[in-house]
Design a protein around this ligand. Structure first.
Ligand SMILES: [Zn+2]
Length: 142
């Protein structure tokens, strides 16, 4: 079940994607909220060489603005497609950069807020592997 705050995030992403020209370049908007209460907006970047989903774009936007750890992210599709669950690659990216982030995902007719670890069970832990290779302690609890 999503809260009024989650609904506001969804509405912000919906308004963003619907404000753009209706073309194939930008078809999904993502909005993230950090633990300091700041919002960050991004859209996907289609390209034939392999573009970017909206989720990694919003992570980069948040990083550029020195965001606090991100609390929640949501992606909304254009043309009334509503909330979209992140693709597998984005789940891995979200986990590696913000292992405690929550994601709004469709669940039947409802929207659920779930932890990224729940969306990516038995995940490859990039930071743990990198730290092991360098003989350091794991940066993250498993
Ligand atoms: Zn993706």
């Amino acid at each position: 079940m999503s809260s009024a705050a989650d609904q506001a995030l969804i509405e912000r992403a919906r308004a963003l994607i619907e404000s753009l020209p209706d073309d194939e370049n930008h078809t999904v908007a993502a909005v993230a909220l950090d633990t300091a209460g700041r919002h960050f907006d991004g859209v996907n970047l289609y390209h034939f060489t392999g573009g970017l989903c909206a989720e990694p774009v919003v992570l980069a936007v948040a990083a550029a603005q020195q965001a606090a750890p991100l609390e929640v992210v949501v992606a909304v599709g254009n043309r009334g497609r509503g909330v979209l669950a992140p693709c597998g690659r984005c789940r891995q990216i979200l986990f590696d950069y913000h292992p405690d982030i929550q994601v709004l995902v469709p669940h039947g007719p409802q929207i659920r807020r779930v932890g990224i670890r729940e969306l990516l069970p038995y995940t490859y832990n990039w930071h743990a592997q990198t730290d092991r290779e360098h003989g350091e302690a794991s940066r993250q609890a498993e």
